[in-house]
Design a protein around this ligand. Structure first.
Ligand code: 26W
Length: 789
């Protein structure tokens, strides 16, 4: 850093201005805030400059209801190459950077993969100096906080800004007005800097907060109606009050569509305003603007854009549709039917009636086009936007987008061959694949400095941070005993660090010499945490039969949140915790296996878990996990995968070698074939050990405190009245899974052989950098170019 003294002065000034304190008086939390403010001041000019550079060129905008940013301080220091300097400066002031950074609340403005992907994409675009701006919602309450009470998930609120939010700048003067059928609100933007690696470009994530036009009704107040005086304010603020905590489950709630419309309308008005500051009309807007829709959540932006062109700028309807289609593109993130957004007509009408009219008119145009293409009546019914009183958001998104993409090869293939096959038949040119990625800055450089240092030393440079394909050169060391040992030594170090953290936060001692087997992700039936815990129960039963059974000690670590209304997912959490209680307290098995459910899994916890894993659990039912990105985070931290042939797992093992991972279970084609005839009861009756496992749900081995949760799990396997029994094929894949786990045990015994697998995974993780993904979007969907500032 050029001027340390300056830095210290700014820091002290921030403490004084924000808290009226000097260094000696300030708490760690206050120091965190002041330090963040100092960084904001440090980047201010560069941030402004980046915006200027982008002004004349085509720009892309990422519309997403979720950005799961996590913490910013440490990541920003790393990307600005300031970490070491700041650490030293703080030391001279008797402060510890890690303790201060640990004060930061996660900005949990997302549920899971889709939201975290958006955050990784923003960082990659900034690193590549690409003009990409994020638009979303500034929820006052982020994703629910989870605590585990007596084994049950208990939710509480997450008011992440209660101690302030030093990483956002409120730009009141750039507010927009958003009109609903029954009210008008003010959308106030909060800008967060997205700092590219090496700090050349600083892009913007603009999140909108809803506020009342009039905060307070004085007339009512003066008439002693104190509560009523605040009604308008509360109603307006309700729109962005809370993030919906459902992942993959449609809620159909009025407020959710209002949130979607709110941020899309504000963002489009913002884009148009900026355009008109430079150009006379919107005639060339379709040359200069590209908008990526992150799933169907922002698809209402399409009709809003058409509405504005037609109503406010007098464009002819068909011309407006053409312009719209040149601008928008849509990404699908899931094939689960229950996640496909379809809005009741009345909800759309209550949100903004003019948008409903526009959507109906768009549907008419679609109908004509499909008839021209000689689509059959049946095909038309599937592709229509309006059907049975509902608006199908995916169909609206696909029709008025120039490009539609899936998020991994298999996923895109399934879209083409199955879920969207009618669309693919008539519009094949729209379809592209963009396999997901993750940012190597947060998920390796920052969270695993030990491994990063080894890589840099072995490769002789730090270039890999910006060009992850360089990791391939690590294959040279595949027979280098010293390197292999060092790799395992680092893994052990990360495991010790995690063990300390788990002891501090969960109160359980784990042995860092045991195999760390980790499954961390949202709790969902298709992700099959249930199959994992079944396998643990199986092992436990083998150990009870024979306490001297020769297995390597293993620690099974789980983490993840359930949607509050998802009873069965909550039942699975309860089961994992009960199994943990029984096993961890059973002295007979001599601590050979342990089960840990980490509370409140989130981005910042992930940063500690991914580097410490020996084996990565990616065991979704084939065809159900669109891509997965946690799988990539483990791989990048030199961890082999035990997993199904699903999502990006396929591409991971294509890159790293099947022989270096543990792939098991039925594939999509097989499941499709047996789907209608599958009888889980047959497996249960024919495989005694599987029966023994399943029976623990009902025979009192594990107790659910009369919640009927374990009965519900049991019923899901055998007698489901609303769908097929065991629809995620848990019993079908359980035996192959148990065998694959046996192979893991055998492979781990030869540490050199194991280290080679770890190294091969690391060396072949290059493809999964989100830099690669974002370049592909930039070149093949948005057609935007990077600036070199
Ligand atoms: C309407 C409720 C709702 C909420 C969230 C429906 C669907 C979602 C998301 C689409 C769920 C999601 O996060 N999907 C995940 O997206 C990741 C990034 O592409 C993929 O890696 C995951 O496989 C996919 O489940």
């Amino acid at each position: 850093m050029t001027n340390k003294e300056n830095f210290i002065n700014t820091f002290k000034l921030a403490l004084r201005l924000s808290f009226g304190k000097n260094l000696e008086e300030a708490s760690d939390l206050e120091k965190y805030t002041a330090l963040s403010e100092t960084i904001m001041e440090f980047i201010a000019d560069k941030w402004k400059e980046t915006g200027e550079v982008y002004k004349d060129k085509r720009q892309a905008y990422y519309f997403s209801a979720e950005f799961l940013v996590g913490r910013s301080l440490y990541n920003n220091l790393v990307n600005l190459l300031l970490e070491e300097d700041v650490r030293e400066i703080l030391e001279t002031l008797n402060m510890d950077l890690d303790e201060i950074a640990d004060q930061e609340e996660d900005a949990a403005l997302g549920n899971g993969g889709l939201g975290r992907l958006a955050a990784c994409f923003m960082e990659s675009a900034a690193t590549l100096n690409l003009p990409l701006t994020g638009y979303g919602v500034r929820y006052r309450e982020g994703l629910l906080k989870q605590s585990i009470v007596n084994g049950f998930q208990v939710e509480s609120g997450d008011s992440w800004t209660k101690n302030g939010d030093p990483w956002s700048i409120r730009k009141y003067s750039e507010s927009q007005i958003v009109e609903f059928k029954d009210m008008k609100v003010r959308a106030v933007p909060y800008d967060m800097p997205i700092i590219g690696y090496e700090g050349k470009s600083i892009n913007t994530l603009r999140l909108w907060q809803s506020e009342a036009l009039l905060d307070f009704d004085f007339e009512k107040f003066n008439n002693f109606k104190y509560d009523e005086a605040l009604v308008g304010k509360n109603r307006a603020e309700d729109i962005t009050r809370v993030l919906y905590p459902n992942d993959d489950q449609r809620s159909g709630k009025v407020l959710r569509l209002r949130q979607q419309y709110f941020f899309c309308s504000a963002s489009i008005k913002d884009i148009i305003k900026k355009h008109l500051e430079k150009y006379e009309s919107l005639d060339n807007i379709d040359d200069l603007v590209r908008i990526q829709l992150n799933d169907t959540h922002p698809v209402i932006g399409i009709s809003e854009f058409v509405r504005i062109l037609v109503d406010d700028y007098s464009y002819d309807f068909l011309q407006a549709l053409e312009k719209t289609q040149r601008i928008f593109s849509y990404t699908n993130h899931t094939i689960l039917q229950e996640a496909m957004e379809k809005w009741e007509e009345s909800i759309v009408e209550d949100t903004n009636p003019r948008n409903l009219e526009i959507i109906m008119a768009i549907d008419e145009v679609l109908l004509e086009k499909l008839k021209d293409k000689n689509a059959t009546e049946e095909e038309i019914q599937i592709m229509r936007i309006y059907k049975d009183g509902h608006i199908n958001m995916a169909n609206l998104g696909i029709f008025l987008s120039h490009t539609v993409n899936g998020v991994a090869k298999l996923h895109t293939d399934i879209l083409k061959a199955d879920v969207l096959k009618e669309w693919y038949k008539y519009y094949p040119e729209k379809f592209q694949n963009k396999t997901n990625g993750i940012t190597p800055r947060r998920w390796l450089l920052m969270s695993n400095p030990e491994l990063s240092a080894l890589i840099t030393r072995l490769l002789g440079s730090k270039d890999w941070v910006k060009d992850l394909s360089q990791l391939k050169k690590l294959e040279e060391f595949i027979d280098d005993d010293k390197v292999l040992e060092e790799l395992m030594e680092i893994k052990f170090q990360k495991k010790k660090q995690l063990a300390d953290y788990i002891y501090k936060h969960e109160g359980i001692k784990v042995d860092p010499a045991s195999i760390f087997d980790i499954q961390i992700k949202r709790i969902h039936e298709y992700k099959r945490q249930l199959m994992n815990i079944f396998q643990v129960i199986y092992l436990y039963q083998r150990l009870k039969e024979n306490p001297n059974l020769d297995i390597l000690p293993r620690t099974f670590i789980f983490g993840g949140k359930s949607a509050p209304g998802y009873f069965r997912a909550k039942a699975i959490i309860k089961l994992i915790n009960e199994v943990a209680r029984v096993i961890n307290n059973d002295l007979e098995i001599k601590g050979k296996i342990k089960v840990i459910f980490v509370e409140n899994y989130r981005v910042s916890y992930g940063e500690k878990l991914f580097p410490a894993a020996d084996i990565s659990e990616q065991i979704s039912t084939a065809g159900k996990e669109a891509s997965g990105t946690g799988n990539m985070k483990f791989m990048l931290n030199a961890t082999p995968t035990i997993g199904t042939y699903d999502g990006a797992n396929i591409e991971i093992v294509e890159e790293a070698g099947f022989e270096n991972n543990f792939i098991f279970g039925a594939r999509v084609e097989e499941l499709r074939e047996i789907e209608s005839t599958y009888q889980p009861m047959e497996i249960y009756l024919n495989d005694y050990q599987i029966k023994q496992v399943v029976d623990t749900l009902l025979n009192g081995t594990f107790v659910d405190n009369d919640s009927y949760m374990f009965l519900d799990i049991y019923n899901g396997l055998f007698k489901e009245d609303w769908s097929k029994p065991d629809s995620y094929f848990i019993l079908k894949d359980l035996r192959p899974y148990i065998e694959a786990q046996g192979e893991v045990d055998r492979a781990y015994r030869d540490q050199r052989y194991w280290a080679q697998k770890c190294l091969m995974n690391l060396a072949n993780a290059g493809k999964f950098s989100s830099d690669r993904t974002i370049k592909d979007y930039a070149e093949n969907i948005w057609h935007i170019e990077s600036s070199f500032i």
